[in-house]
Design a protein around this ligand. Structure first.
Ligand code: TXA
Ligand code: MG
Length: 351
């Protein structure tokens, strides 16, 4: 299906009263149209989760395969009852981490069309902490289906300008809430059948360590660190798609020290190349464009900047981008998961 081109307006939520902008967006949602919205993680492409046609529009606008299900956003954790079958562990996790960047897969109720859940009998439930996102859900009176508001395959958008770049002419309205405070998508988990644990399908700002304070038993799906392991029928359909790819080729370097990484880039960088580096080391590269991830110890900041830097590398028309492989614990696991997908799974291992 082709979507007709339309004028895309951007309404700022940053200056003064945002109630008119939210009311306009809510009107579009109730009419089955789509709106770009800020959340604390990344911008979402929002449509009513109650309308199959809105989901079809989302898949079309993003160019996304329709078997990759959408996350449904609610205003309060208890609103999950309207769309899914909850469990005591859902509420234990919600108590601690909702509203916030945590998405929980639950068996779905019939109000959620199969188009929204990509044909699955489960639904991904998320209660965002961003006030404008929650207000829009309340004012529209609809749970909101929202994938990240990028064209399928591009890095997720962390500003309204990124959304405009990808979706202008395809949606009528973008709400501009400034840059997202977290910058990587929510942690997605499925609860185990015993009711005492969960498995991380996509890592995010609610880390494994944080989940372990609530669940006795937290596993990480193999595909999180090894995209090749997703297979044809993965636990989360999103695992199998190539994601987050900038146009430049990403060379991911597993270096034992900063020193080894710097030396590798200084030896191998040629042509229009760039490097993502921690603030403390930005002046140690002899040539190339150096883009700062933030201070060495601030791994949440590295995650926050990652997608925007991948887009910046493309805007600067860099051909190659060198990135040091992040750690696999805490929030660094979220950066690890995104960057190995951007690099297409190839890693240069230095000893
Ligand atoms: O932070 C976020 O989660 C953002 C903002 C906008 O809320 N949304 C987001 O949505 O990242 P999206 O559609 O780009 O990613 C949803 C991920 C996909 O990997 C999808 O396969 C998985 O969640 N997912 C959705 N429903 C699922 C289900 N029922 N079972 C397993 N995985 C599911
Ligand atoms: Mg996405």
């Amino acid at each position: 299906m082709k979507c007709k081109m339309m004028k895309t307006e951007i309404y700022s939520l940053l200056d003064g009263d945002s109630s008119e902008a939210i009311a306009k967006a809510a009107e579009y949602i109730r009419a089955g149209e789509l709106v770009g919205i800020p959340t604390e993680t990344v911008y979402g492409l929002a449509g009513s989760a109650l309308y199959a046609e809105a989901a079809v529009k989302i898949y079309t606008a993003k160019g996304r395969p329709s078997d990759n299900p959408l996350i449904v956003h609610i205003a309060e954790p208890a609103d999950a009852e309207q769309i899914a079958y909850t469990t005591p562990l859902y509420y234990a996790l919600a108590e601690k981490y909702m509203p916030g960047p945590l998405t929980i897969i639950l068996p779905k109720k019939a109000v959620i069309p199969d188009t929204v859940s990509g044909g699955l009998q489960t639904v991904a439930v998320r209660c965002p902490s961003h006030p404008a996102a929650r207000e829009l859900i309340r004012v529209s009176g609809h749970p909101i289906a929202a994938p990240s508001a990028n064209s399928s395959g591009k890095p997720s958008p962390t500003t309204a300008a990124h959304v405009y770049e990808d979706l202008q002419g395809k949606i009528p309205l973008i709400l501009d809430g400034g840059a997202c405070s977290i910058g990587v998508e929510s942690t997605v988990i499925a609860l185990n059948a015993q009711g005492d644990g969960c498995i991380i399908l996509r890592p995010g700002a609610i880390t494994r360590e944080m989940l372990e304070t609530v669940c006795g038993n937290v596993a990480v799906a193999e595909a999180v660190t090894d995209p090749g392991k997703a297979g044809d029928k993965p636990q989360s359909p999103g695992m199998k798609y190539k994601h987050y790819s900038p146009k430049c080729s990403v060379i991911l370097v597993d270096a034992p020290t900063d020193e080894a990484f710097i030396e590798y880039v200084n030896r191998n960088g040629q042509g229009k190349f760039g490097v993502l580096a921690v603030e403390e080391e930005t002046d140690r590269f002899s040539t190339g464009t150096v883009l700062s991830l933030g201070k060495r110890e601030e791994e949440a900041e590295h995650a926050r900047r990652l997608f925007a830097l991948l887009r910046q590398a493309d805007d600067m028309e860099l051909e190659t981008l060198y990135v040091r492989l992040p750690a696999r614990n805490g929030i660094a696991l979220a950066s690890y998961n995104r960057i190995i997908r951007a690099a297409g799974g190839e890693i240069v291992k230095l000893s």
